[in-house]
Ligand binder design. Sequence first.
Ligand code: 6GU
Length: 273
Amino acid sequence: MRIDVVTIFPEYLEPLNVSLVGKARAAGRLGVHVHDLRRWAYDRHNTVDDTPYGGGPGMVMMTGPWGAALDETLADGYEAGAHEPLLVVPTPSGRPFTQAMAVELSRRPWLVFTPARYEGIDSRVTAEYATRLPVLEVSIGDYVLAGGEAAVLVITEAVARLLPGVLGNAQSHADDSFAPGPMADLLEGPVYTKPPWWRGRGIPEVLLSGHHGRIARWRRDEALRRTVANRPDLIRRADPAAFDKKDREMLSILGWQPGPDGRFGPNPEAVTE
Ligand code: 6GU
């Protein structure tokens, strides 16, 4: 996979040199190219922003530098043999970034990121490139960052760990929270390692039992418990066919029951303290 990032803060992308993403690059699974947008500025102050038409606060990133930067970045990538670029535009107004989106992005050969500062990029830039290549506007959550660079780090890390040969163990993804499969729609439960005692706290007996069936059941119950506590919206949204008899027993203990449509919601009678 090839990744290009055009930004006015190239140093903000330094973390792409370390840890998992750094290893993916060292292993030749990923090529990352960070470009300074100001290279394509054309006045002596290297200006890349201007006041918004229609008035209002803040500044808007100008068409000129972005157009020149993207033209050259795309031409250089094609020249180097890259193909089928996807333009990924981080913006709080974008589609929510999810694990499913990370999986889709991990299957693409070339991602071009345009993290913006200020109030965003003049809309004609995405309109123009959308006539030539697919464009995906993405938000990483319901809060506002000062710029899209942190979103690029988030998305790149989520994508890089899915590339073949990057995480040692292919199974590692299967149980991820939000991964498709039997644990879909549930958060992962707690985990433990040595030593067996710490500050008077032991390990749940079942994990020492060697009984794989009982361990899997316990993990599932803990996943249900944590999901009810932290993400009840995931339980409400889940296809009730995903819950077996034991799941239903656990949900009932947690004070959740099926409604008229079969989907689970909190039992108003339940005492959950
Ligand atoms: Cl992608 N950019 C900015 N500036 N803020 C955000 C975001 C992106 N996603 C959530 N908040």
